[in-house]
Design a binder for this molecule. Structure first.
Ligand code: ZN
Length: 290
């Protein structure tokens, strides 16, 4: 009987232990590490935000707050370890605005690379980048592609959710402004901030500046330049934050979290990507040896 009680107690404390296992890297203890690796199936989320102006009304760290919240909410549903705040990326087009933190490009690249390597060195072989900043995708896609430069025993995944038709219709019915011009600190982003951190949004200031496309460049057919964003949106503001609503913010946030949970489940179950990556590097190594 005593043995049975003891076994039951151990089982109960084990469950409690598992439930209380923090998902944040910085909140785990070293003695919890192995369990976190196991429970996450060696999956770590790297949320990437940025520090930049978000209109006259929303916080500088809006993108960081977004990815932090999406990752936290997703990890609570589908356990993964979440790397702490990371807010280094491509943001050169906003250096004329207060609060922008734009490191040299080689530092950004090396920091990202070293961060991923350090995450892997600590036992994770699946690293999921969750990005919240519109200026980052080109950098991150190239970074993910560059993972094939040299052999690696881990995989970097880039979470890039696409909207399904049904959800897009729901959003279209809820929003008040044209989605085409709602690109930065406008109705969309202000709504999600209003939902997640309303105390940080000074919505009454949203009309102090205009977020219209000024179209200051001449027509340059099929040509891309780095100044295009500044040319269109010199206030680094695109959209109308004043039209934001908590309702829209909830809708967008829940959809994003749901998509991330789905991706995390797939990543945790995935062994094929790493297997093929290894096979690829073996072929690269073997080239010319036969
Ligand atoms: Zn943003």
């Amino acid at each position: 009987m005593r043995k049975l009680v003891l076994a039951l107690l151990m089982l109960l404390s084990g469950t409690a232990f598992a439930q209380n296992l923090p998902y944040r890297w910085d909140e785990l203890t070293a003695s919890d590490w192995d369990q976190a690796l196991k429970k996450s199936n060696r999956t770590c989320i790297l949320p990437i935000g940025i520090l930049e102006k978000h209109g006259p009304h929303a916080p500088i760290g809006s993108d960081l707050i977004h990815v932090r919240e999406w990752s936290a909410r997703a990890a609570q549903q589908e356990y993964a370890v979440v790397f702490p705040d990371f807010f280094y990326g491509q943001v050169y087009e906003a250096q004329h605005q207060p609060g922008t933190f734009a490191l040299p490009s080689d530092v950004v690249w090396n920091l990202l690379n070293a961060t991923v390597e350090e995450i892997a060195r600590n036992g994770f072989d699946k690293i999921v980048i969750v990005n919240g900043h519109g200026g980052n995708p080109q950098l991150l896609r190239y970074f993910v592609q560059a993972q094939l430069e040299k052999p690696k025993d881990y995989v970097v995944y880039f979470f890039e959710p696409t909207q399904d038709r049904e959800f897009a219709d729901k959003v279209a019915k809820t929003r008040k402004t044209d989605a085409a011009g709602d690109l930065h600190a406008g109705e969309n982003e202000t709504s999600t901030m209003l939902y997640l951190r309303p105390e940080l949004v000074k919505q009454d200031r949203a009309t102090r500046e205009k977020g219209d496309n000024l179209k200051r460049l001449p027509e340059l057919p099929n040509l891309y330049t780095g100044i295009w964003w500044y040319a269109s949106y010199p206030n680094h503001y695109a959209g109308e934050g004043a039209k934001a609503s908590k309702e829209l913010g909830k809708l967008i946030t829940e959809n994003k979290v749901e998509a991330l949970v789905k991706s995390l489940k797939a990543v945790k179950a995935d062994s094929k990507t790493l297997e093929l990556q290894k096979e690829y590097f073996e072929k690269v190594e073997d080239l010319g040896k036969k």
